[in-house]
Design a protein around this ligand. Structure first.
Ligand code: SAH
Ligand code: SF4
Ligand code: F3S
Length: 451
């Protein structure tokens, strides 16, 4: 028997959006080829990657407190004669670059979201000096990133993310994404389909197509013609094994009829749409540079409901944007009442350096932001619960994803993205089963197998 040196281990901690979750997997894939095994334990790692988010102040601050803790960890490792490399990736890396090396002495490498294909080379460089790479390379990073090995793809579960579009040209006045992720880029159709096929081959049944503006997708097909998200959904639905397709995040400006048609015509396209609106006031939408009015948003909602009457909507809201009056906020509440959301993310406006809104007059007091946030959250929680409760005694198709909280219990999602728990054998993972809903509890439905 030959003895081999112990494998190096990498631990990736992701903050922020689903795109970071996807990127974390791609980073582990590229490092896998270099002999790094992914580990769930930070203590066992020789390499720690913080995959960061810059969207709000709190998110960015978290990184520095985590780096403080890691500095202690690195010190005690070094005292024991062991090495620990620390990498900052993601959107804070892109936004702050060199500053991170200055503020956080334990960091060996800062790498932006468009440079992950360079990780092995950059890590090698860190043995000589601390390094930063925040270039936006011209070549397609997706092409250079390897796909997961068969074994690792298998353990990732039956529902997977696939980034199909990255970056943003919209420049909402509050948002850092156009600066941290660069301009809009759509992956070519064949590349997306190949990736989904590989996932389907290892047991993935549901894909969520990701993009900062996913419905602005306009990737090139084999003939060199650009196609819309609606058309792409149709191609993805033809891949054997893929039974459910979701996509996020959409922008109200890019809602076209082909997308609504896809919801009507393709059974695999789930009846759920996350469509951020941010505010119910036209005045605030204009100062946010959202480039649409409330009536446009409502028109998009009606178009979708017309084609797919049971479609569920979720959204993102920002309260306390500069200049937001009680009247503007009342318009947000009125919009929520009118549309009826099955869930939503709500945020207090957070000043981001370098964005136009950070320099606007009439910044709103924290107490007012808190009050508005609570009022909005209470209304959304009420709608969410009423929607969930309306499923009791219905029979729903559930994709079985994992073991549930209690022994013998499995957990999965309904087409409208509601969590469902029920008793079933563990080898049901990956199947779509019929579950009769018996109860609605906090954040989940409970039911019994009907098939
Ligand atoms: N591309 C998506 C969302 C990107 S960021 C879109 O256009 O909607 C996710 C959410 O974070 C945004 O929808 C917004 O609600 C919130 N967000 C972004 N910047 C923010 C800021 N400075 N303060 C508070 N919330 C913010
Ligand atoms: Fe940010 Fe606006 Fe782009 Fe969404 S559309 S990522 S909120 S700039
Ligand atoms: Fe955060 Fe970057 Fe996503 S700022 S929300 S991780 S695109």
């Amino acid at each position: 028997m030959t003895t081999s040196t112990a494998a190096k281990r990498v631990f990736v901690k992701s903050y922020g959006c689903q795109m970071n979750v996807y990127d974390a997997e791609r980073m582990t894939d590229v490092l896998d080829c270099e002999g790094y095994q992914a580990t769930e334990s930070i203590e066992a790692a020789d390499l720690i990657i913080l995959n960061t988010c810059h969207i709000r102040e709190k998110a960015a601050d978290k990184v520095y407190s985590e780096l403080g803790r890691l500095r202690e960890m690195k010190k005690s490792r070094q005292e024991a004669g062991l090495d620990l490399k620390i990498v900052v990736a993601g959107c804070v890396a892109q936004a702050e670059g060199q500053d991170i090396l200055r503020r956080a002495p334990a960091v060996d490498l800062v790498v932006g979201p468009q440079s992950y294909q360079n990780l092995p080379r950059l890590l090698a460089k860190t043995t000589k000096k601390r390094t930063v790479d925040t270039d936006f390379p011209v070549e397609d990073k997706f092409k250079s990133l390897p796909s997961p090995s068969h074994d690792r793809a298998k353990v990732r579960g039956v529902s997977a993310f696939v980034t199909i579009q990255e970056g943003c040209n919209k420049f909402c006045t509050f948002c850092v994404v156009p600066y941290t992720r660069g301009s809009e880029y759509s992956r070519p159709v064949v590349e997306v389909l190949d990736e989904v096929k590989r996932l389907a081959d290892v047991g993935v049944r549901e894909v969520t197509l990701l993009g900062q503006n996913v419905n602005a997708y306009h990737g090139l097909d084999a003939k060199g013609q650009s196609i819309s998200l609606g058309q792409l959904l149709s191609y993805v639905s033809e891949i054997s094994g893929i039974e459910r397709i979701r996509y996020t995040t959409s922008h109200p400006l890019e809602m076209d009829e082909s997308l609504a048609d896809a919801h009507r015509d393709i059974p695999a396209v789930m009846p759920y749409l996350h469509l951020p609106v941010q505010s119910g006031s036209d005045k605030i939408l204009a100062t946010m540079n959202r480039r649409h009015r409330i009536q446009d948003y409502l028109a998009a909602i009606s178009m979708m409901r017309h084609k797919r009457p049971d479609i569920a909507f979720s959204s993102d809201f920002i309260v306390g944007f500069p200049g937001e009056t009680d009247q503007d906020f009342a318009a947000t509440i009125a919009l929520v009442e009118q549309v009826g959301f099955t869930s939503a993310y709500t945020f207090k406006y957070s000043i981001r350096p370098g964005t136009p809104a950070s320099e606007m007059d009439e910044q709103i007091l924290e107490e007012i932001k808190d009050k508005r946030l609570h009022a909005l959250q209470a209304l959304i929680a009420k709608q969410q619960r009423a929607y969930q409760d309306s499923m009791v005694s219905q029979t729903l198709d559930v994709l079985v994803e994992r073991k549930g909280k209690y022994s013998g219990q499995m957990a999965g999602k309904s087409p409208h993205l509601l969590a469902v728990a029920f008793e079933a054998p563990a080898d049901y993972i990956g199947r779509i089963v019929k579950v009769r809903i018996t109860d609605s509890v906090t954040n989940s439905l409970v039911g019994t197998l009907a098939s």
